[in-house]
Design a protein around this ligand. Structure first.
Ligand code: SF4
Length: 378
């Protein structure tokens, strides 16, 4: 082991810079040159094997992490969840760092890490407007508060009968004033009001009981058709889901959603009647003006928090009965006259009156005042 010819070629080249030609090469010289103990003065076969491996590692260190001869571990990039997402969006595997950098440059990573859907549309000032409406509603009782459908059932009756009565009141209330519906319900209840009792009543007598409810003849017919289904299919009760309620003759989406809330205490959607439809269009609470209440319901449900769905119907119905009426809304007395997009207050040139609620204290968004715009929705 003392001759230069026994040293591997690569090692020889390394040593040539340090050791002169013809100089006697000692083990210590080699170790000093390479900075590691490679040779033992007394080498066994096993020692030579170990040395050979270590020498190879020193000369070709790339990709070998462990010095343990039995557990060589090649270092490879580890695929992460993000890598698979990158793959999904078409970023090639291979040079992962380069690919991630490229992806970042193209803002692809932003798309990966940000939740989908981003910003939800909602109308300006809606919280302030709603709070003003609550204030106006608490100051004046509306017909819906005392004679609405939820007030038409008999508190003494069993729950099944009460549910049926709430459904009937809703069926009669379409295009009919609360006072008229309430009185018709009193007459029906005096006639022992259950699905079977409605079925057993002569059509002409039923019509007389309903009169002057609007479309009372059609409503009498639908009442008996629906009662027949309830007796045969639901044991005299009403369905407990929106789909089956809507399938009953004479029951529309508005009635079904309100019925689910009042009869089953389950909020499934916003009940949109003529008042809710008209007022939400006037307030521009919809991204686009709507012609049908069902379109209004869908747009309204897209941004209004779900815990307000039941309340908003009752609030707006009463508000429509007392202030924001279909014809000649009382804008001069309305707390929203300064921020309502459809206010007629300034147009009439009346004196301005300060709104009672401090805008800044209610909602940040309240500071953005909407431009008043004319819109006639009856
Ligand atoms: S300002 Fe007039 S149109 Fe606007 S909400 Fe009030 S009453 Fe209705």
């Amino acid at each position: 082991m003392s001759g230069k010819g026994s040293i591997p070629k690569t090692l020889s080249k390394k040593l040539s810079d340090k050791i002169r030609v013809g100089q006697i090469v000692k083990v210590q010289d080699i170790e000093d040159t390479l900075g590691a103990p490679l040779f033992s003065p007394v080498q066994t076969r096993q020692q030579r094997k170990i040395n050979k491996t270590q020498l190879k590692k020193l000369i070709e260190p790339n990709n070998i992490e462990s010095t343990d001869n039995t557990k060589k571990k090649v270092v490879e990039p580890v695929a992460t969840k993000k890598d698979s997402k990158l793959k999904d969006i078409g970023v090639k595997q291979g040079s992962l760092v380069d690919n991630i950098k490229d992806a970042a440059d193209k803002s692809v990573l932003n798309a990966i890490d940000q939740p989908k859907g981003s910003v939800k549309w909602e109308p300006d000032n809606w919280r302030l407007i709603l709070q003003n409406i609550r204030k106006m509603r608490s100051d004046a009782i509306a017909p819906v508060d005392t004679m609405g459908c939820h007030k038409c059932s008999d508190d003494e009756a069993d729950e099944k009968t009460q549910r049926f009565q709430k459904l009937v009141a809703l069926m009669l209330s379409s295009q009919t004033k609360d006072e008229v519906t309430f009185e018709a319900m009193q007459r029906l209840k005096s006639n022992h009001m259950t699905p079977q009792a409605i079925l057993d009543t002569e059509r002409s007598k039923l019509e007389e009981l309903l009169k002057p409810v609007s479309f009372y003849k059609n409503k009498a017919k639908y009442l008996q058709l629906a009662s027949k289904i309830l007796v045969e299919k639901y044991d005299g009760d009403i369905p407990s889901n929106i789909k089956e309620l809507e399938a009953l003759p004479g029951v529309g989406p508005k009635m079904a959603h309100i019925c689910m809330a009042t009869a089953w205490n389950e909020v499934t959607g916003i009940g949109v009647d003529v008042h809710v439809h008209r007022i939400t269009n006037r307030l521009k609470w919809l991204q686009k003006p709507t012609k049908e209440p069902e379109q209004t319901r869908i747009q309204l449900e897209s941004w209004l928090p779900r815990d307000m769905w039941q309340e908003v119907n009752h609030l707006l119905v009463g508000f429509g009965q007392t202030v924001c009426k279909a014809v000649r809304p009382n804008c001069a007395e309305c707390l929203n006259r300064e921020i309502c997009p459809s206010t007629e207050y300034k147009v009439k040139g009346k004196k301005k009156i300060d709104t009672e609620i401090d805008i800044k204290n209610v909602d940040e968004s309240a500071s953005k005042k909407s431009k008043p715009q004319k819109q006639k929705i009856m």
